[in-house]
Design a protein around this ligand. Structure first.
Ligand code: COA
Length: 163
């Protein structure tokens, strides 16, 4: 994670709480202070993303998080973007959110200017429910809050499987 994550194309779209410039112990601190405690408390679920043929190579990450408005976050090494990998990962963890965890709604904030992230939500049948401004690593950005309910997700999955 320390080798791959600190790239401007990734961090520019993430919340300003991500330290930038990224410190040498940034990934270890993040894992120790946030990922492991939230995993143990069962308030968040984290997956690393690895190519099937190179399972020891971390190329991205996707997380689910308890809370009212920030339930999913993801990033992928730019070298691996544009192949549908995060669409596949997002569909898998969204199934987990509604199916395994039994949640009733999934909400994710994202910058209005972030077309790849917006497209993933659009393809999942999500909709924008509010707009606001937030501070990202790249500065103040117009944001959109995307949402989908459990029933909408199940209907969307059904229509995809029968299309
Ligand atoms: C968002 C991100 C994870 C997407 O990963 P990915 O594996 O490349 O995504 P996918 O290939 O599954 O899907 C991306 C979709 O966006 C589309 N897209 C990508 N760049 C685009 C652009 N500049 N304009 C329009 N559409 C774009 C792709 O065509 C694809 O849609 P399609 O399947 O209809 O063709 C990756 O871009 C990333 O890590 N970005 C930086 C971190 C970030 O933004 N995290 C989310 C914060 S909310």
């Amino acid at each position: 994670m320390q080798n791959v994550f600190p790239q401007w194309e990734i961090v520019r779209w993430l919340t300003a709480t991500v330290p930038w410039p990224y410190p040498d112990d940034g990934a270890a601190t993040f894992l120790r202070n946030l990922v492991i405690p939230s995993h143990d408390a069962k308030t968040a679920w984290h997956w690393s993303i690895r190519p099937k043929e190179r399972a020891n190579l971390l190329i991205g990450s996707i997380s689910l998080l308890e809370g009212p408005e920030q339930n999913r976050g993801f990033w992928l090494d730019p070298a691996w973007q544009g192949q549908g990998l995060m669409t596949e990962a997002s569909n898998a963890v969204t199934d987990y959110w509604f199916g395994t965890l039994g949640k009733s709604v999934l909400r994710v904030p994202k910058a209005a200017a972030n077309p790849a992230s917006r497209r993933i939500s659009e393809k999942q049948g999500m909709r924008v429910v509010s707009r606001f401004v937030s501070r990202l690593v790249s500065g103040e950005q117009e944001m959109e809050l995307w949402e989908i309910s459990r029933d909408e997700w199940l209907r969307h999955q059904h229509s995809r499987s029968t299309a």
